[in-house]
Design a protein around this ligand. Structure first.
Ligand code: NAD
Length: 479
């Protein structure tokens, strides 16, 4: 079969002998064949990056910034094509895909702006010494990505890495390879030297494993499940290279009785149906003050029942899950759940096939049960109540994950107290920023991973600090 999606290595499309099928989750139909890269392609891509990197790093930050800026412009110049590819690959509503293109472009713009003011430090060691630090790129960075926000994940990994002078090899998710390849092609047209940005498509078990165990990469970034994250960490340890792991979440909305429910209800619904709940930072737990519990649960479930559902390309509020496998997984979680299903609870049959699950609210779940502890990765919200503030904090912290959380209250002291006590990487007070925030350092604690992406922190994460100590003679020896 002809291959529609090639790898992109050393500035050129590369088609492999083997391929796998890209399936459209909206219909279950075939989108096309994708190149299946193996160890040879990974090694070729890493060597291309190794060869091209020194000259790229030698350019002034201003020149690199110009290229990033042009990449951003070209991404924005191709919104229609990129959003269609993304919506078809993921099933996500087209307007969400359009937003993803804009955020993707914004990453390149943000790092284009920040790289020029990414300075080292001078260290006072007294007369006779001039000491300074410089931020040096790792060299070649490998990135293995998830399928839920393909373009955003690609840009947040690649833009800071190339801004700081690294070469990159990306393994996009098996299900969503096309926008990564297309953006790499656009980046070349924008003036990025061949070899700096390579994309090797393929499966996790083969292509991903080849990248994470490659002796040719100097740092590995991973976005995906906690289970695979553990394997990546082991591979990185074997190669003795650092890893940045962005893993799963079970993020809570903590709603106190004085919260503005007119703000809470739409945000809670949006942050669990966005991307069909397949967002690492989805608001998937609703912790509610006992005094407003029934009211809030009733309002959230009524709002969930209004959600429009359909193929991504028709732009509903809720599209399909990524695959029938994921659909089965979500169904198993819901069927095994403690508590009462207030709305939803089952898969949806549609005239166009696909893998759809109804927006679901399960109330009164046991906080220690599987559905309250584990990441479902579907439009499934679990609710539980609390009495005192301390109980809210305890329940919020009582999972293995620690990605993000929201505190909803009109009491400023309480907002600060609770925010401080939460073991997460980001806290939102009276809002909830699932997946947004190019400027915000992002990453988890506990089993949600380690290291940070996004914001200026990503420049630090893609570089290593070198200290240079210059001894200066006290007196001149020549006139
Ligand atoms: P996954 O772990 O199954 O796959 C992620 C990537 O790893 C894919 O590219 C896959 O091909 C690759 N992979 C799979 N097995 C591999 C192996 N043995 N060696 C090397 N690579 C391998 O995750 P997924 O199902 O694609 O994504 C969903 C998960 O991603 C969820 O847990 C979600 O929370 C998480 N996620 C986290 C963030 C974050 O920033 N924290 C963002 C998005 C998604």
């Amino acid at each position: 079969m002809a291959i529609q999606t090639p790898c992109f290595i050393d500035g050129a499309d590369v088609t492999t002998d083997r391929s796998y099928d890209n399936i459209d989750p909206s219909t279950g139909g075939l989108i096309g064949a994708v190149s299946l890269g193996g160890r040879a392609e990974i090694s070729r891509a890493a060597r291309a990056a190794r060869t091209a990197q020194p000259a790229w790093n030698a350019l002034s930050p201003q020149r690199r910034a110009d290229v990033l800026d042009e990449i951003s412009r070209r991404i924005l110049g191709n919104v229609d094509e990129l959003s269609r590819l993304e919506s078809e690959d993921t099933g996500k509503p087209i307007s969400q895909a359009v937003n993803d293109v804009r955020v993707c472009a914004r990453y390149f713009q943000f790092y284009s702006r920040t790289i020029e003011s990414f300075y080292g430090a001078t260290i006072p060691m007294g007369e006779g010494f001039e000491v300074f630090t410089s931020n040096e790129p790792y060299g070649v960075i490998g990135h293995i990505l998830a399928w839920n926000y393909p373009m955003q994940l690609f840009a947040r990994a690649v833009a800071p890495a190339i801004a700081t002078g690294n070469g990159v090899v990306v393994k996009p998710a098996d299900e969503t390879p096309r926008t990564a390849v297309r953006i790499a092609q656009l980046a070349l047209e924008a003036g990025l030297p061949a070899g700096i940005l390579n994309v090797v498509t393929g499966t996790g078990a083969e292509t991903g494993a080849a990248l994470s165990s490659s002796p040719d990469v100097d740092q590995i970034g991973f976005v995906g499940s906690t289970e695979v994250g553990r394997l990546i960490a082991a591979s990185a340890a074997e190669q003795l290279v650092p890893a940045v792991l962005e893993l799963g979440g079970k993020s809570p909305h903590i709603v106190f009785a004085d919260a503005d429910l007119d703000e809470v209800v739409p945000t809670v619904v949006k942050t669990i149906i966005q991307n069909a709940g397949q967002t690492c930072s989805a608001g998937s737990r609703l912790l509610v003050d006992r005094r407003i519990h029934h009211e809030l649960v009733a309002r959230v479930s009524a709002s969930m029942e209004q959600v429009t559902i359909g193929r991504g390309i028709d732009d509903p509020e809720l599209g399909p899950l990524i695959s029938t496998k994921q659909l089965g997984r979500v169904e198993d979680y819901v069927n095994g759940a403690s508590g009462t299903v207030v709305t939803g609870g089952s898969r949806l049959e549609t005239e166009f096939g696909g893998s759809y699950f109804a927006p679901t609210l399960i109330d009164g779940v046991d906080p220690l049960s599987k559905i309250a502890q584990e990441e479902v990765f579907g439009p499934v919200l679990v609710a539980m109540d609390f009495g005192q503030e301390t109980e809210a904090i305890e329940k919020a912290n009582a999972t293995d994950y620690g990605l993000i959380a929201a505190v909803w209250t009109a009491d400023i002291d309480r907002a600060f107290r609770v925010s401080r006590a939460l073991r997460v990487g980001q806290v939102f007070v009276n809002n909830f920023g699932a997946s947004g925030g190019v400027e915000l350092p992002f990453g988890g604690v506990k089993k949600s991973g380690y290291g940070r992406e996004k914001g200026v922190e990503a420049l630090l994460a893609t570089t290593q600090t070198k200290a240079t100590v210059v001894k200066v003679a006290r007196s001149t020896s020549s006139p």
